[in-house]
Every structure is written in structure tokens, then in C-alpha cells.
Design a protein around this ligand. Sequence first.
Ligand SMILES: O=C(O)C(=O)Cc1ccccc1
Length: 392
Amino acid sequence: MEAAAIRSLISHLPSPTSPKSSTADHNLLLSVKLPKPYSKRRCNAPVRVSLENDGDKSKNTYGAIELQRLVDEYPYEFNSKDSPSLPRPLTSTQLSNLASEGSRLRVAYQGVRGAYSESAAEKAYPNCEAVPCEQFDTAFEAVERWLVDRAVLPIENSLGGSIHRNYDLLLRHSLHIVGEVKLKIRHCLLANRGVKLEDLKRVLSHPQALAQCENTLTRMGLVREAVDDTAGAAKLVAFHKLKDTGAVASTTAARIYGLNVLAQDIQDDSDNVTRFLMLAREPIIPGTDKPFKTSIVFSLEEGPGVLFKALAVFAMRNINLTKIESRPLQKQALRILDDSTNGFPKYFPYLFYVDFDASMADQRAQNALGHLKEFATFLRVLGSYLVDSGMA
Ligand SMILES: O=C(O)C(=O)Cc1ccccc1
């Protein structure tokens, strides 16, 4: 999508989930790197698209055509009773059809081409148009402002555990979880051609990747430096033709940025799996025909046994919990505005994120959450989605 097209879209499309919407439209400046093939010239100057709307609609001469094209391409049903620009919630069947029909969903991810998140996007939505973003907030905002259809978010890793910052993002934004993908992560040590292992002094990568290769990198005596994403590290090493610095990234990143693979499978445990979440503006309508999982977040009054009582609502209905994560109070993350607060912020001491093995279409899940709601001080369903049981 070209800059002018993005500009015209942003000036015409509503952003119903963004509380900042109309007044902030002209102030918004997203930095979106376009997903075009890598070239040396582009490496130094990632394409930045200013999404400022200067308010002069007459300048968007093909805005209406762009909007029409977006509507034509939009794979969702439209309900004549509703506003024509509001899609119905996606069903899980529609979601799987999207993949098989090869519709070009636009999926935002944090990082540059060759990042693991890009692979996760492609695994979830084959044939999608993966859109690299500088930061997670940019990816979320791109969905909220209808520039893309989905965002992909790494949430936990089998070696490193939960990615806490990303849990906080789930709450700060109002996107819905519509899918999950588990990806086997195989890290490599990459370097420029002609550079040998003994030439290297330091290594760059995403903090999670560095942590996952901790033992190997220590054994190699390499100083670690964190950057935004694994592929970004590879790109930096390649672009600056660094001789004493390597990158921890995938073989895909090695191929894209023309680096040599000095060592393969350098993660400390061969079973290194990262779970990614797929996020959308609308929830999917869950089914009961296939294995579904539901993610919720809630808070409780303080007191003895309250967490026990909360978890018992699932146990007594024979609902299996697959994950529980607690997060401390963070004013920014926990300034929750929902219908029940009438627009006034509420603050909670702790939040509990729970994943359980049941669909919201399952009466047991409805009953469990109805029960939890009786004593929880806050409860939000983040999404019900198909379980990813395959690994790739
Ligand atoms: O940096 C990347 O490539 C990412 O997508 C984040 C990440 C880092 C390490 C393991 C899995 C995902």
C-alpha cells in the first residue's frame, strides 16, 4: 500500500475502537515500514509514512475509490440494518475460509522483514500481507485505525516465560484475541561473509532471543546487546558490514540480509516454542465443534482465599486452565475504561490473566464467568479462539 493510499484511508475510515478517534486524527503520526523486498538502499532508510491528515479532503482525489476497493475486498458480511462500514463479527469458519481462499489480509507485526513475528503472521494467515511496524503500539494502532486487519503479538515462550509488557498492551488497547499460533523458534548465530566465530566480540538480538541462547553465548564469550527484534539485529550487522558483531536471528533473516550462518540451533533447549496471539477489531463468534480456548483478565478484592474462590469457578465445572499470569498495578495499564465505570477510571491492585480450555459458546464457560462476575471487581473477556495444536 502506498503512502498516499494509506493517507487517504486514514482520512476516510472510522476508528470506532479508538477513544482518541476524531479529534486526534490529524495529530496521529504512525511510522509504518512498507513490506517491500529488502534492498541495500532501503536498509538505511526504512520507509516512514506520515499518516497526518491535513484536513483537506479534496486532496484525496482517489480516496473514495480506495474506500470502495477496501469494501469490495473486505471478506466480511455486511448487515443492512447496521452502518455499512461496520463488519459483522467474524466467525471461526470465516476465518479459516479466509486462509483457504487466499484473501490478502493485512497483518501488522513488530520488527522488520525476517522477524519471527512475521513467520507467525504467515502461519496464522497464509498469503497474508505482513506489515512491519516499529513498535507494538504502532501495530495495535494500525488495527484500531483500519489500516490493517490484524496484529500479531508474541505472548509467551517455553524457555523465557511470559512477555509481561505484551500482557499490559492487551489491556491498554481494546482489540480482541481471534487466534493463536505456536512457533518453534530455531535461533542461529549470523555474521557477515568472511567473518569467523573467533572474530566476534559481541552479538545483537531481541532480549528474548538473547535470553533463550544465554548458555551458548556465554560459552562463546560474546557480549550481548539488545535491539528491537532479531531480524533488525541481522539487518544492522549486514548494513554496517560489522566484522566484530554477529546477530541471533533465523535462517530466513540470514537469507534476506545476506548473512552467513555460523552456528545453528543455538537456543539452550531444543524445544523452544513461542506462542503468538492474533488480534482484531472484532471478536470471532466462537464455535463448539473444534477445540477452543478463552482468555480473560480479572481483578479481585483483597482477602484470604479470593484467588482460590476465583479458580474454583472453573474447577467445579471441570474446565481446564492452561495459563495463569498475575500483573501488579500499573497506573497506565490499569486505567480501565469500560461500560461499568461510566467513563471514570478505576484502579485495581492486581490483575489475573487466565486462559482456559473452553469456548464462550460453551454453557460451562458462560456459567463460570457469570459466577466469577459475582465477586470479581473487574472482568474482561479478551477473546475465544481456536487452539493451535500443531507446531511448525
Ligand atoms: O524479534 C523477533 O523476531 C520477534 O518476532 C520477537 C521474538 C523474539 C524471540 C523469539 C520469538 C519472538
